[in-house]
Design a protein around this ligand. Sequence first.
Ligand SMILES: CCCCC[C@H](O)CC(=O)SCCNC(=O)CCNC(=O)[C@H](O)C(C)(C)COP(=O)(O)OP(=O)(O)OC[C@H]1O[C@@H](n2cnc3c(N)ncnc32)[C@H](O)[C@@H]1OP(=O)(O)O
Ligand SMILES: NC(=O)c1ccc[n+]([C@@H]2O[C@H](COP(=O)([O-])OP(=O)(O)OC[C@H]3O[C@@H](n4cnc5c(N)ncnc54)[C@H](O)[C@@H]3O)[C@@H](O)[C@H]2O)c1
Length: 725
Amino acid sequence: MDSRTKGKTVMEVGGDGVAVITLINPPVNSLSFDVLYNLKSNYEEALSRNDVKAIVITGAKGKFSGGFDISGFGEIQKGTRKEPKVGYISIDIITDLLEAARKPSVAAIDGLALGGGLELSMACHARISTPGAQLGLPELQLGVIPGFGGTQRLPRLVGLTKALEMILTSKPVRAEEGHSLGLIDAVVPSAELLTTARRWALDIVERRKPWISSLLKTDKLPPLGEAREILKFARGQTRKQAPNMKHPLMCLDALEMGIVSGPRAGLEKEAEVGSQVISLDTTKGLIHVFFSQRGTAKVPGVTDGGLVPRKIKKVAIIGGGLMGSGIATALILSNYPVILKEVNEKFLEAGIGRVKANLQSRVRKGSMSKEKFEKTMSLLKGSLDYESFRDVDMVIEAVIENISLKQQIFADLEKYCPQHCILASNTSTIDLNKIGERTKSQDRIVGAHFFSPAHVMPLLEIVRTNHTSAQVIVDLLDVGKKIKKTPVVVGNCTGFAVNRMFFPYTQAAMFLVERGADPYLIDMAISKFGMPMGPFRLCDLVGFGVAIATATQFIENFPERTYKSMIIPLMQEDKRAGEATRKGFYLYDDKRKAKPDPELKKYIEKARSISGGNVDPKLVKLSEKEIIEMTFFPVVNEACRVFAEGIAVKAADLDIAAIMGMGFPPYRGGIMFWADSMGSKYIYSRLDEWSKTYGDFFKPCAFLAERASKGAPLSAPVEQARSRL
Ligand SMILES: CCCCC[C@H](O)CC(=O)SCCNC(=O)CCNC(=O)[C@H](O)C(C)(C)COP(=O)(O)OP(=O)(O)OC[C@H]1O[C@@H](n2cnc3c(N)ncnc32)[C@H](O)[C@@H]1OP(=O)(O)O
Ligand SMILES: NC(=O)c1ccc[n+]([C@@H]2O[C@H](COP(=O)([O-])OP(=O)(O)OC[C@H]3O[C@@H](n4cnc5c(N)ncnc54)[C@H](O)[C@@H]3O)[C@@H](O)[C@H]2O)c1
């Protein structure tokens, strides 16, 4: 393959008169422009050759195609590649050359056919797949729309309702379901895939099998009135679920056009809006997230040294509380045998009970069978001592946040665990060097910071100290992948990356209400921005005990930039400690529904008199934009410090950490990506102005000041920015 080209297709013509065109672009045979243009020329050749009667399209190495090459969108967005004429690939090549050809084609699908991959196969005259193949149109999740005819062909093959479900949820179906839906014509074992597809193609030529153009099918489409009602409902749901995104509605426009005005008009509309969505900010954010998420496991100096992850056969967890039970659940769900250690029978039983409850909720929802539940639970063993730790490969400590207790535990672990055993802590704030102070095992001590609930939240912060060995990080990255977490490797400091970046978020919100802003309007503005909930609702959910313990760490470690509000401690004194006590910033009913509490005013006023601050008329009437800036720019400021100190290797890691650890809206691309969309100069100038009026909590850090002075992006690598400065 030419090193400048990205992928290719090859064509082989058999003695049976079938031309097999294979898509080759590892690792997922994505459809780069090179692959698509090669496919076109192979196709033209196949159509012009007298020895070719029919065509089979397949993918190399057990994968049909993962869709259009996503990096192509980035090239178009950056202007490094000119977008082809609107509709050129979808109409000129896929529809007019391929689907309308005089010779039939069959798609032979192994592994996956996603996005453009499935769309290409839907333009073929039949689809044969192997069992378990994944078929889907996940484009909306990337901020784009199916742009190779998927909005037109999928409803015609599987019906409008199912097509909408597949497109709007981005969820693929398996081959077996695809077969029952009419998307797949036959499911055959892998070894028979190509022979069956060839025979099928020749059968179409001989008219033993129907020659079907998906685009011209109408039998699965509902009558027009009904279709309009279905689309109206889908639009309503989409507006509710994705209020800040335009592309899902634009996708529905293309679907509707095809149903109302016919498939050709639909294809044209799809091509038009498909081209428009590429330049939306939300699309840029989502594509950045796609690559950043896959980049977190690439750690310079760690994963590029040829180290192979060691096999972790057995894991021990110390502490079966909220976190320990969640971590145990995540591990046994991925088939790791786990020992759970607790202080006494009662706590052990409670811990195992929590794991059981986590799994039972899956059984209740129908996502886990009773047999699988029993089998999974059988991987968990309880223990009250360290005897069974003698053959474990990894320990994760998850006891209460108490430094001397953790130090004692690590000293014990050194005695009982084998020498190769990884010693991990789930601490949220404590310096790992201190935890390991009483051991000689610094090279195998690492942070495995899960987020609550640990079996649900997708992020795993892997915290390395200056002594943690690269092998231990590689091992933990592998465990993270196996338990389906996105790992982010960060350095050791108070709060690591996520908690440290986000500590100013709640503090900014407390500051604003003490100066007269309405807490419920703040929560509303932040939810509208796309966070799962606002800072006050979040404090209620986390509980004031945890909130105070965490705030104390930041007050101790970063006193010069911590806003010390008494609102939460005052409420806690009155035994309102958040949702668990049914009273916090909100009042909670039996169904845990939150409602504002007029009593809250009393605590705010008292806190204000303690801090000595005054109501500021400007802050009473903040616009939504101002609320967002005053709560998130301090977060950006702290993220800059985290990046400048090398706690995160790449700014993109902080984006993923913010999205997966705090629920920052993915379509905004993450905290640093979002900040760069506004520019370092602007953020610096706002923080600088507020710090002059309201104090050092808002003071921009040196890194931000430096980048702003040169107009450099915050996310540029640290060295590169230095050399530009
Ligand atoms: C004018 C243009 C119109 C275009 C119209 C068209 O309708 C648009 C599309 O088709 S958009 C693409 C739709 N496809 C997808 O969204 C699939 C995205 N990929 C995935 O979901 C997964 O990668 C997977 C299920 C295909 C494989 O998952 P797995 O866990 O096995 O592996 P990774 O996710 O780690 O991926 C391995 C490497 O492959 C790269 N990659 C995957 N898909 C694509 C792609 N479509 N384009 C480019 N690159 C892709 C991924 O980045 C990984 O790369 P590394 O460098 O990290 O190894
Ligand atoms: N709660 C969160 O949201 C959260 C999130 C991330 C990390 N963390 C961290 O995880 C750790 C645990 O937090 P949690 O919320 O699960 O606490 P928790 O109080 O729910 O559970 C701690 C458990 O540890 C047990 N324990 C205490 N000493 C022990 C010992 N010597 N041997 C075995 N078990 C012992 C206790 O009996 C208790 O069941 C803390 O370090 C915390 O900072 C918490």
